[in-house]
Design a protein around this ligand. Structure first.
Ligand code: NAG
Ligand code: NAG
Ligand code: NAG
Ligand code: NAG
Ligand code: NAG
Ligand code: NAG
Ligand code: CU
Length: 560
């Protein structure tokens, strides 16, 4: 009796383990020249090539990726957008948060389990580098795909705004006192699959799963397929019940997985249009005010020798993601133990430079990566004061936390949380004002995603359960706004991370640059409540290098 009930379970376990594989990659980060829109410029590529490769794995696999910085003149790093990093927060990638930047000539190995299926992407989380090209798709296939059998082929479609100038100079120009309108740099064009347009071979009778990813730094992309309706099955890395969408608005860093069936009507080429949307409030501004500086057309090609017509779209009414239903029907988490309210607005620092703030404070890089402070400050690590001006919040293990973002700006902003697919409880239209603190009526089973577009002069209520110890950022995914300071730091379960040790190659990258990796934000290890040396004012100049000097209290216990 014991055997008959025990053995099937055991063999299932072995089957699952046999399937889990290790995906190895060895990547040199290098400068490459490329001209995706016909204009040649230096871009950041991998192993001497650009576009960067697609990483593919299956749920449960371990990715082991060694990155070597061969740029010569800039630091670098990689973040794996949308991956939860369960008990591997130190593999998340943002510089000054979960690691030191990787200096020229050095390496770092990222090793983590891809615990959930979905469409993800990787990108540099250092120096605004991803608009310079350091980004690519990360696809995690699902052996238990609930939509298996409903599609025949997969297509990756990446969309992005594109700049002819390099990020560092764009950020330098943006952070000038004369930029009193807080304007980000405006893109020079749109690129699709890191090039000009896309032709997708379509065959009557087949259904295609499009994995749509935005690599954009600023603009959202409006997408419409002529005569073919999209069926959304995933928002970021969360399955939804199949939902029809005539058009989509894809904000920077968002993903949509959609099914498209080839229509049987005729055998010709159908265009799909992708237009950059830099309108501040597309839902309310009259169509003639909508700025369409650039668009690109791709084709569903059924007849290669046929004609290639243009798609004409006169009205944009993209699908409303918040009304979609999670496929698993998961209920709203609760009860809520903590509400973090973040009022976002632009602001000016003491030097008169333009910044973007949560509750009046821009995020300011500190000396010690925040996660390293968590691990080395004992029971003081639950005190937000030791982390400096990184907009730190301590989240208690197991608790349910609401994050309320009041967008006081007159434009839409896409906010991203690391480490979670959050529930979107409330996402009203433009001009709803700030959240008034009242209990709302929301979906019993709210949709989930990791990047949400928050409407102008409106708000969002996002909910998570604190099940993932680590340091996870929450920030606007307009890359220029990150560089302006629009980031908060969620320090989750710090008490579980005391004395956790980090891979030696990660620590070595700090040592090589003289960056302390223990103690509080300034590297004070003797008295972690001593805030001297904290960075309290954003730097006056923005460069590819930051000079560090070790505080006198810092003692390295690692031989260099
Ligand atoms: C680094 O070198 C590349 C390639 O020559 C160049 O395009 C880029 O502007 C340089 N970056 C900095 C920060 O000087
Ligand atoms: C798509 O195919 C058409 C016709 O062959 C061609 O003119 C166009 O350049 C192709 N586009 C891309 C992005 O390959
Ligand atoms: C796309 O761009 C072309 C060329 O600028 C323009 O003629 C067309 O109207 C645009 N289409 C849309 C839908 O904006
Ligand atoms: C919201 O609901 C909770 C639990 O039902 C209750 O304790 C709280 O007082 C309510 N808050 C408001 C502002 O109505
Ligand atoms: C952490 O390490 C320090 C220094 O080695 C030690 O004094 C302390 O007891 C450790 N704490 C825990 C919780 O292990
Ligand atoms: C916090 O740090 C201070 C200064 O280093 C130290 O005196 C104190 O004992 C610490 N508190 C706890 C609870 O560890
Ligand atoms: Cu923003």
């Amino acid at each position: 009796m014991i055997y008959s009930s025990f053995l099937p379970a055991l063999s299932l376990l072995f089957a699952a383990q046999a399937l889990a594989a290790t995906v190895n990659a060895n990547w040199d980060v290098t400068w490459v020249n490329a001209s995706p829109d016909g204009f040649e410029r230096p871009v950041i590529g991998i192993n001497g090539a650009w576009p960067c490769p697609t990483l593919e794995a299956t749920t449960g696999d371990t990715i082991v990726l060694t990155l070597t910085n061969q740029l010569g003149n800039e630091t670098t790093g990689l973040h794996f957008h949308g991956i939860d990093q369960v008990m591997t927060s130190w593999m998340d990638g943002p510089s000054a948060v979960t690691q030191c930047p990787v200096p020229p000539g050095s390496s770092i190995t990222y090793k983590f389990v891809v615990n959930a299926p979905g469409t993800y992407w990787y990108h540099s989380h250092n120096l605004g580098q991803y608009p310079d090209g350091l980004r690519g798709p990360l696809i995690v296939h699902d052996p238990n795909d609930p939509y298996a059998g409903k599609y025949d082929e997969e297509v990756i479609l990446t969309v992005s705004d594109w700049y002819h100038d390099q990020s560092i100079s764009l950020v330098q120009n943006m952070l000038e006192a004369s930029n009193t309108q807080f304007l980000p740099p405006f893109p020079d064009g749109i690129i699709v699959n890191e090039g000009f347009g896309a032709n997708v071979t379509f065959t009557v009778g087949k259904t295609y799963r499009f994995r749509i990813i935005s690599f954009a730094a600023f603009a959202s992309v409006m997408l419409h397929f002529d005569s073919h309706t999209m069926q959304v099955i995933m928002t970021d890395a969360s399955y939804v019940r199949q939902t029809q969408a005539y058009q989509l608005r894809i904000a920077p860093a968002q993903r949509y997985d959609v099914l498209i069936s080839c229509i049987k009507r005729d055998n010709r080429n159908y265009p799909f249009i992708m237009s950059l949307d830099i309108n501040r409030d597309f839902a309310n501004d009259p169509p003639q005010d909508i700025v369409w500086p650039h668009n690109a057309t791709g084709y569903l090609v059924m007849n290669p020798k046929g004609s290639y017509p243009q798609d004409v779209v006169t009205l944009w009414q993209p699908a409303n993601d918040v009304t979609m239903k999670p496929l698993d029907g998961a209920a709203a988490y609760g009860p809520v133990a903590q509400t973090i309210t973040l009022n976002f607005d632009f602001c000016t620092d003491v030097n008169g430079l333009p910044r973007a703030c949560f509750n009046g404070q821009p995020y300011i890089d500190q000396t010690v990566p925040t996660l390293y402070s968590v691990a080395s400050t004992g029971s003081n690590n639950t005190n937000p004061l030791i982390y400096g001006n990184v907009n730190p919040y301590i989240l208690a293990t197991g608790s349910v936390v609401d994050v309320v973002v009041n967008n006081l700006d007159a434009a839409i902003h896409p906010f991203h949380m690391h480490g979670h697919q959050f529930q979107v409880l409330d996402l009203p239209g433009s001009n709803a004002g700030s959240w008034n603190g009242h209990n709302r009526t929301f979906a019993a089973s709210p949709m989930r995603r990791d990047t949400v577009s928050i409407n102008p002069n409106s708000y969002a209520v996002l909910r998570i359960q604190v099940t993932n110890p680590g340091v996870f950022l929450f920030h606007c995914h307009i890359e220029w706004h990150v560089e302006m300071g629009l980031t908060a730091t969620f320090i989750q379960s710090p008490e579980l991370l005391r004395n956790v040790s980090f891979p030696q190659d990660h620590i070595d990258n700090c040592i090589k640059q003289g960056i302390p990796y223990r103690g509080n934000a300034a590297g004070n290890t003797q008295n972690v409540l001593d805030t001297s040396g904290f960075n309290t004012v954003p730097p006056l100049t923005y460069t590819g290098y930051v000079e560090f000097s070790l505080p006198s209290s810092f003692q390295s216990d690692v031989p260099s």
